[in-house]
Design a protein around this ligand. Structure first.
Ligand code: B12
Ligand code: SF4
Length: 632
């Protein structure tokens, strides 16, 4: 991108706002007709890259995009009211986008290995007509969640019924419609990639959306390059193609340009092997610090004040393919990396993405050190929860998924390593205690309606949630209905497919989670608003009709109109029973002796017989060596 002075634009319909608050909502046909009618002066670009508006915006932080992935389009006014400027975009002088999702930037960087900068542009959907012309041979779309059929997105829109389409999906469809309507459509191919491309393949919406090819995999692959060559030659493309993931650090590219939310890749893959997980199918790679820092600096140079490292588990970074198992975090490496990031001049905000919970039990000192570094630059404030002087907090996304050990053994037997999955509820509660003590209040996902889930499993999860409440622990709980994701080890598994199929216990779990989320006041503005608007606007009767009779009592419980104790006495809900929970010391005592050498003495709670190293680098080596496989 030839960088030039930027301009902030509002949407072409005037004030930059949509419906609600008296603002006019831009009509889809505006963008569609622009692309169809106008012609770029220079014949357009050979390759035009874009992403749906709702995935490209770099406004108001992660939560707005997550909300737009979950709320139905008829609730867009809630977003407009909360974020009246969400449609304001920053552009370069040539109208190319000043920022784009990291996926688009990676495609751009990958193509620059073969094509000239002048042949490629990355632009927002509303500017496509300025770049798609007779010269254009490829319009490439990167998308995260185009149809809203992934977990935690479809579920909320389906609960609210009638207009099921999430806001993000509405805007994705609008983008595809505008490309389809182009005068030059016969001259170019539409290639789609990104983590949500599979949704088009699975729903077979190629024709409807006007998509020629969906690429599954990374843009760095030579197969992706070959696909673009074919498209440029005007040859037929396969409907769907799987391209290979680079196997080592050197194969992963880094963009020298600004990304939405300052997303910079930190790792690929994970290693814990949960059976429902897509990213874990990628090789476990931690990316080189110098390249990460280069991308951080590029973001700052191009006007970004926020950085977020994209990862499945931040705690594996620095410990991939070392002599220490990846689930014993490399404290020094992590502190050094995050310290350099937040201390980079120009980085004013830093947001965590994903992590796992066991590392908080393994190394509480690491959590403490990271908190000291990261809290001052966190844009997240939890006035009712945080003990930080400015009430700042950290909120990574962590998978809890289930409180049932039986279910956990089936779907995620290694989620808690180095601890045994038998102790999963204790790992969650102890981990959360350590996190909360350090002002980390994670968003935790739960899967409801797993294949083979019984009432006992539901009760076990409720036991864990009630135990959290009893202990005053806080996480923002995001229950979602099991979605079999493509290529995963549970791809063919069938769970609950409609909200009507949810049992009373499954509904209770969903409602209890949302009720718990309201505890410290408005942690999330959109969740409670959504529920309140949903229940008040549509009425209890309609929601009950949509979601079935099993929904009724849990909704009463959520509303608080009848106390949980009374509902329990009436036999309408289950009250979680107290759990016997292992302390950190007891959890550490369950570790295999061969793992002791990786423990850090300054965390305390050491097992009987452990001698902490007297000097750095000198470690205690136990005699017993047991194979790691016992956890799998
Ligand atoms: C950062 C992030 C977010 C951020 C920011 C997203 C943004 N707009 O930039 C936030 C928090 C907003 C977010 C929200 C959501 N996210 Co998210 N997110 C991520 C995360 C951690 C990193 C994404 C990223 O930028 N990666 C780095 C880039 C380079 O990777 P990439 O986009 O995949 O691009 C590569 C390839 O896909 C390919 N590619 C990409 N585009 C194209 C285009 C073409 C044409 C080609 C050929 C190739 C290609 O090449 C790139 C590499 O070279 C991923 C996990 C992960 N590690 O990927 C989850 C992830 C993508 N998110 C996920 C989900 C479920 C969501 C939500 C639905 C959650 C929710 N309920 O709210 C929402 C949806 C948001 C929306 N707008 O619809 C899932 C997707 C599951 C799926 N396959 O459907 C993931 C995989 C997390 C997970 N563990 O399951 N997310
Ligand atoms: S811990 Fe998370 S990222 Fe890792 S395999 Fe499990 S679900 Fe996937």
């Amino acid at each position: 991108m030839k960088s030039v002075s930027s301009q902030v634009t509002q949407n072409r319909n005037g004030n930059g706002n949509g419906n609600g608050n008296g603002h006019r909502k831009p009509k889809s046909k505006d963008i569609v007709s622009d692309v169809a009618q106008s012609e770029p002066k220079d014949g357009g670009k050979l390759i035009v890259l874009t992403a749906p508006l709702t995935e490209a915006i770099d406004h108001a932080g992660y939560f707005i995009q997550m909300a737009m992935a979950s709320l139905p389009i008829w609730m867009e006014g809630v977003i407009n009211k909360k974020y009246p400027k969400w449609r304001d975009l920053e552009k370069n002088e040539d109208s190319s986008a000043r920022y784009m999702p990291a996926g688009v930037r990676l495609v751009e960087t990958s193509l620059l290995r073969e094509y000239k900068q002048d042949d490629i542009v990355a632009c927002f959907p509303e500017d496509l007509h300025k770049f798609v012309g007779p010269r254009t041979r490829v319009v490439a779309v990167s998308t995260h969640n185009p149809l809203g059929v992934t977990f935690a997105a479809g579920v909320y829109t389906s609960i609210f019924g009638s207009s099921r389409m999430p806001i993000n999906s509405h805007y994705s469809r609008e983008l595809f419609a505008s490309i389809k309507a182009s005068h030059y459509r016969d001259n170019f191919k539409v290639i789609v990639g990104g983590s949500g491309g599979w949704q088009i393949t699975q729903t077979n919406t190629f024709e409807e959306l006007g998509v020629d090819c969906v690429v599954e995999g990374r843009s760095e692959s030579v197969d992706t390059l070959e696909l673009f060559r074919k498209a440029i030659r005007g040859e037929e493309l396969p409907r769907q193609i799987d391209v290979k993931h680079p196997l080592d650090r050197e194969g992963i590219l880094f963009p020298d340009s600004r990304t939405t939310f300052g997303v910079v890749e930190m790792t690929t893959g994970c290693g814990r092997r949960c059976k429902f997980c897509v990213p874990d199918l990628n090789p476990q790679i931690d990316l080189p610090k110098d390249k990460i820092m280069g991308a951080v600096r590029a973001n700052v140079r191009d006007g970004n004040k926020q950085i977020s490292l994209a990862t499945e588990d931040m705690f594996i970074w620095g410990q991939v393919h070392t002599d220490t198992p990846f689930y014993f975090p490399n404290r020094e490496a992590l502190v050094d990396l995050y310290s350099d990031i937040v201390n980079t001049p120009g980085v004013e905000q830093h947001v965590l993405s994903h992590s796992t919970i066991a590392p908080a039990v393994v190394d509480p000192t690491l959590i403490k050190q990271l908190s000291e570094l990261l809290l001052p630059k966190s844009p997240i404030h939890f006035p009712y929860l945080s003990s930080h002087p400015e009430k700042k907090a950290l909120a990574p996304l962590i998978g809890l998924e289930t409180g049932s050990v039986r279910m956990a053994k089936q779907i995620m037997p290694s989620k808690g390593v180095p601890f045994h999955i038998d102790d999963w509820p204790s790992i969650v509660l102890e981990g959360l205690r350590v996190l909360n003590e350090n002002n980390w209040f994670p968003a935790m996902t739960l899967i409801v309606g797993n294949p083979g889930e019984t009432d006992e499993d539901g009760m076990a999860t409720l036991d864990l949630i009630y135990e959290m409440e009893r202990r005053g622990l806080f996480a923002f709980l995001i229950p979602s209905i099991f979605t079999p994701l493509h290529d995963t080890r549970m791809e063919k598994a069938k769970g609950v497919t409609q909200t009507k199929q949810l049992t009373p216990l499954q509904w209770q779990l969903m409602m209890k989670c949302w009720k718990m989320n309201l505890r410290p006041g408005q942690y999330s503005w959109w969740g409670p608003t959504a529920w309140r608007l949903g229940s008040i606007g549509m009425g209890l009767y309609k929601l009950r009709r949509l979601n079935g009779p099993n929904f009724t009592w849990p909704l009463w419980m959520f509303s608080g109109a009848i106390s949980e104790k009374n509902l329990y006495r009436m036999g309408k809900i289950y009250m979680g029973k107290p759990l016997k929970v292992k302390t950190r010391k007891e959890l550490i005592a369950t570790l295999r002796a061969s793992d002791w050498q990786f423990l850090r003495g300054d965390n305390g709670d050491l097992p009987e017989g452990y001698t902490p190293p007297s000097e750095p680098g000198q470690i205690f080596l136990p005699e017993v060596q047991e194979p790691l496989a016992q956890h799998a």
